[in-house]
Design a protein around this ligand. Sequence first.
Ligand code: APR
Length: 278
Amino acid sequence: MKDLIKKAAEDLKNAKYAIALTGAGISTESGVPDFRGPSGIWTKDPEAETRAYQSYGKFLEDPKAYWEDRLRGPSLLGDLEKVEPNPGHYALVDLEKMGILKCVITQNVDGLHERAGSRNLIEYHGSYLKLRCSQCGSRFGIKEIDLEKLRREEKLPPLCKCEGVIKLDVVHFREPIPVDAARKSQEEAWRCDLMLICGTSAVVYPFAQLPRLARKHTVEKETETESGLFLVKQVPATTIIEVNAGPTPLTEEGISDYLIQGKTGEILPEIVQEAKAL
Ligand code: APR
């Protein structure tokens, strides 16, 4: 493990454009449950996952009922106001401050990367702390609209200035990824020469396509044969590193170059420490 942490630090230092992709696993050490880990939300309650697949249809069909559901109780993730970023989130902020990490693309909707201080952040599945107009795509902080007041006055759903219906910014199953997040994420996945994938089972698409896109990216490299001839061959443009509690399809399919197995909250700070010593 120590060798791999050292290797990851060297790979990061040598990278010209490193990005990080994160999933729910990076937030479990903050007390936010993941979905498919041993005590994940879907693992413990498969029915909850089935219901989650109906959310977007419900919004399209009856936005007022969608909002009444939402305002009834706390999110599946618990009270996000009570949780704090953990050393894993802060390690990615350190790498950004060191000029190594250029972007974080997260599937998480808990807002913890933003609160930790990540600047160039793409919330691929949106955020529980934001609202978004389903027509013009404008985003608002969750506290910018008094939803409880609208509920009491029977004025749900909230409407945008463009008269579009406002929903949670969270991207529900079957809901298209907002175009701005989708396009920028693809650009980053294609542009990067190092992808650090932290705490995701990498089974949900289209996010899980991003490492596969990066894997497809090759560059020409000149090599000299023993007889002194120069050969030009295509080599992978991107080093893909996983930090995860266990192997994922990316590991099994050889999409990632190596997996550092363990807790992001412990491994990522060690990688930063090694990188600072180089
Ligand atoms: N350190 C490292 N890995 C961890 C940690 C930790 N502290 N805690 C959990 N993990 C691992 C789990 O073992 C699992 O492999 O992180 C991964 C989390 O996977 P999921 O629970 O599937 O979460 P994620 O990949 O983010 O899910 C993707 O699915 O339900 C949808 O929209 C939801 O964004 C979510 C998407």
